[in-house]
Write a protein of this length. Sequence first.
Length: 192
Amino acid sequence: MADAERTKRIFLSSTAKDLRECREAACKAITSAGHRCVRMEDFPSTHESPEECCKRYIQDCELFVGLLGPCYGSSPQGRDLSFTELEFNTAQVLEKKCLMFLTADDFPVPANYVTADKRLDKQLDFRDRVRKKLMTGVFHTADELKFQVLAALLKLWEVPLEVDCVVLCGGSGARLWPADLGFLQGVAARGG
């Protein structure tokens, strides 16, 4: 299979302020699996509204990856739903495959981010709705999220990840299958 056939466009959705480091980790996982991460901060200037632009990009992607933290986030002008919830709803209507990852209840977020978000109840409802609809991952740190996203992508498309194994085992050109990532995550957690 040619590389172009294996490369997928993956839309990454989340609030930005409270999950900035996690967005970067998820993006790195997507690109390290050989795919293209499509996210709002990389969108070019356009004549479209942010909502229209997001819908178009979601439509053009093969997969939707969503990160849900404690904050509900901003909404398009005149709308009650957050960008993240609108993006998830769009992916569902378009019948896109969705991989959803939720922060753990004890996820560290500066208090001013949470207290400034007056729509905490809406976020709790949104998280609950997603949990009832889909199997979700739960993460405590950006590094943990990176492993979970990578493992989910590899499992979804059953494609081995080509890695340079010099650091891990002194060889090179090793292939890792999704089942191997649990082992590697355990090794990383133990510090080698």
